[in-house]
Ligand binder design. Structure first.
Ligand code: XMP
Ligand code: MG
Length: 179
């Protein structure tokens, strides 16, 4: 599996130390509050697990799964909710945990949904960001690393549902796509 990786962008150690820093920052900033932390499945599941262990304030968590509609409707930013939250966000300080921001459409849709459901505050934490690909005006409140415009896998991120269990983030060899 790891033979399919062309280059490692950030090592397991680099990611772990960044996630700890993000957790410490969030613990400070959410001191005295009881946030609802939402994991955007599937890609963010490993980040979510490591991040909440690094947060020291009491919190609750929930999961949401979304998928973009086909290419034709992509520019509208319409995203389909595959699995919705189990709990209400009304009056809650919500923290969205996302693996990677690309165009920004998924997140801007999610923020909109949560605001319409009367969340008190909506905060976005993204581990990875590809700022060059943004089509909507959206910046995460907390961010781990900026990435070049390349398709990456590992640390929860997949290609055709594989490679999520690689502990670092890397670029796939082109021949893997061509198979
Ligand atoms: P948008 O464009 O809505 O997309 O910001 C965010 C979602 O796209 C997926 N994505 C990737 N998944 N490697 C992946 O495995 C990548 O390089 C990549 N870039 C975007 C991801 O699911 C994210 O939630
Ligand atoms: Mg994905």
């Amino acid at each position: 599996m790891q033979d399919d990786i062309k280059a490692v962008l950030y090592s397991e150690e680099q990611i772990q130390s960044k996630v700890k820093q993000l957790g410490e920052q969030l613990s400070e900033d959410f001191n005295g509050r009881n946030p609802l932390v939402i994991c955007v499945l599937k890609g963010a599941f490993i980040f979510m697990a490591d991040l909440v262990k690094a947060i020291t304030v009491p919190l609750e968590l929930d999961f949401m799964a979304v998928s973009s509609y086909g290419q034709s409707t992509k520019s509208s930013g319409v995203v389909k909710i595959i699995k919705d939250l189990d709990v209400s966000v009304e009056g809650r300080d919500v923290i969205i945990v996302e693996d990677i921001i690309d165009s920004g459409l998924t997140l801007s849709y999610l923020i909109d949904v949560l605001e319409r459901r009367n969340a008190k505050t909506v905060t976005v934490v993204a581990l990875f960001d590809k700022p060059a690909r943004r089509t909507v005006d959206l910046e995460p409140d907390y961010k781990g690393f900026s990435l070049p415009d390349e398709f990456v896998v590992g640390y929860g991120l997949d290609f055709a549902e594989k490679y999520r269990n690689i502990p670092y983030i890397g670029i796939l060899k082109p021949e893997v796509y061509e198979k």
